[in-house]
Design a protein around this ligand. Sequence first.
Ligand SMILES: Cc1cc2nc3c(=O)[nH]c(=O)nc-3n(C[C@H](O)[C@H](O)[C@H](O)COP(=O)(O)O)c2cc1C
Length: 218
Amino acid sequence: MSKLHIIVGSTRPGRAADLVVPWITKRASAHGAFEVELLDLREWSLPIFAEHMGTIGDRRDPTYSEPIVKAWNKKMKEADAFIIITPEYNHSLPAVLKNAIDSVFLSFAFRNKPVAAVGYSGSIGAGIRAVEHLAQVIIEGEGVPLRNTVLIPYVANAFNEQGEAREFAASVSLNVMLDDLAWWSRSLELARAAGELAPGSSRARAAIAEAAAAAAEK
Ligand SMILES: Cc1cc2nc3c(=O)[nH]c(=O)nc-3n(C[C@H](O)[C@H](O)[C@H](O)COP(=O)(O)O)c2cc1C
């Protein structure tokens, strides 16, 4: 089974996330491909990102500025796959979620792993812009954002008394997304086990240093 971390990207009191999260968690757990762990950023009070080489220490086992940052990196590294549940704040993802992603620093915990997104909002926007922006952020973290997402407009009225999505299309999109996530997770687990390239940024740095050294010798 793939280890799936579900990250809850809103932390404010009275959040609508509490309508969305039980539905996603229940369906992901019932899918059969995943061992699910819920990571609620309310329970991960990460400091505002402030890591630098002085807080890292040994790059192979970074210290970080606070133990919780180290624990967060370790926790993220354990996952094979992610679902990120995000509302839309000012046409993007909430700062608390961006901060949690930025805090995955030098551990490459998203690298070569699939990341699925669930977006929602209080209006017709459905979190589309947050989800699109999240994909850009994940690419820079070397994660693999999935094409198929779940989008929930008018979140306050989106679920019935049993906690199920009222819109059949939402239910279908969740099935599609979970099937894709399972496929990508299995595929990338095999690919990672077969061997990974060093991160592109390190390879580019090494190639430039090598070229500079060769030029200096001439
Ligand atoms: C700071 C802030 C910015 C928001 N910006 C948008 C927006 O750009 N687009 C949108 O559709 N809804 C926007 N909303 C409405 C939220 O999507 C809606 O309130 C949703 O319930 C937020 O999720 P939460 O309650 O789990 O935090 C915004 C809400 C807040 C608090």
